[in-house]
Design a protein around this ligand. Structure first.
Ligand SMILES: O=C(O)CCC(=O)C(=O)O
Length: 291
């Protein structure tokens, strides 16, 4: 459907920028501010993707404590999701701390400092047709206040439009957080839903030109705001569709003691604290300068 929408020829592509030299241009930053998402082409070479693949083997073989594997009865392939695994998975740590991942993320936050929030691995195996991801804002699930949070999502396989992420262009701008949706069963409330938030708008019924998408090659990276609505179809291909993302936060983000999944919680933090801790380490800038 997205392919058909994109074929319409209007401005419906995620705007893309070269990233081989590790430099983020002013135009990439202004496209991000405007659309809430950009695609950085060739952000990582095969050597770094190999490091991530070594991490995947470990994560799937017991090293990730937050690993969910779901197989819908009608699907041939399963859908695996791991988060916050870097502390136990050496290759993920190597990628996050030794590659230029932080350098690429840092300019987008326009911040005095940046912390690592969590890593996220997502594998839709061949023919996991029904493993779709409903429209959502990442931030709706976070026990965080503030807006400077980004998802840097790296394709590990070729991703054609038929399995590509789609984004509601500019949806980050209003600053409104809608209700978190239940990924497992859309008929049920998400366990930590905040009912005081508005219900989701009908994004599929919205005008075509507001939905952006792009095909990706391994090593391409999407950067999006945690307020940007996005969704993805299941994987109808006969090969894996995997991605590894690193989520970073900047200086306007503070912690909120509110129910959420373990990935985002830190018992060392209190409401109003900056997100700097052992679990959410400071990666750029300094705590002293920002006190
Ligand atoms: O690739 C997908 O299916 C969804 C990815 C996503 O929503 C996320 O990483 O926040």
């Amino acid at each position: 459907m997205l392919k058909e929408r994109l074929a319409g020829g209007r401005s419906q592509r995620v705007r893309e920028f070269p990233a081989q030299d590790g430099i983020i241009s002013e135009s990439a930053l202004s496209a991000y501010q405007e659309d809430g998402v950009v695609c950085l082409r060739d952000a990582f070479c095969q050597n770094w993707l190999d490091v991530i693949e070594r991490g995947i083997l470990q994560a799937l073989n017991g090293a990730s404590e937050n690993l969910d594997v779901v197989k819908k009865p009608e699907d041939k392939g399963q859908f695996s999701v791991s988060s916050q695994a870097w502390q136990n998975v050496g290759p993920f740590r190597e990628f996050i701390f030794k590659s230029h991942a932080a350098d690429l993320a840092w300019p987008f936050l326009e911040s005095r400092y940046m912390s690592l929030f969590y890593d996220f691995l997502l594998i839709k195996e061949a023919k996991s047709n029904n493993a779709e991801t409903p429209w959502h804002q990442d931030h709706a699930y976070y026990p965080l206040r503030g807006k400077k949070a980004i998802n840097c999502w790296i394709a590990l396989d070729p991703i054609p439009l038929s399995t590509a992420l789609r984004f509601w262009r500019g949806s980050h701008k209003s600053g409104v957080l809608y209700r978190a949706v239940n990924f497992e069963n859309s008929e049920l409330d998400y366990p930590y839903v905040r009912k005081e938030r508005p219900e989701l708008p009908d994004i599929d019924g919205t005008k075509d030109e507001k939905v952006l998408g792009t095909e990706m090659q391994p090593g391409d990276m999407l950067v999006w705001s945690s307020y940007t609505f996005h969704s993805a179809p299941g994987n109808t291909l006969d090969r894996r569709r995997a991605a590894f993302s690193v989520n970073w936060v900047g200086d306007d983000i503070t912690y909120e003691e509110t129910p959420a999944i373990e990935t985002y919680l830190d018992s060392d933090l209190k409401t109003g604290d900056r997100l700097i801790s052992e679990k959410f380490p400071l990666i750029r800038g300094s705590a002293e300068r920002t006190a």
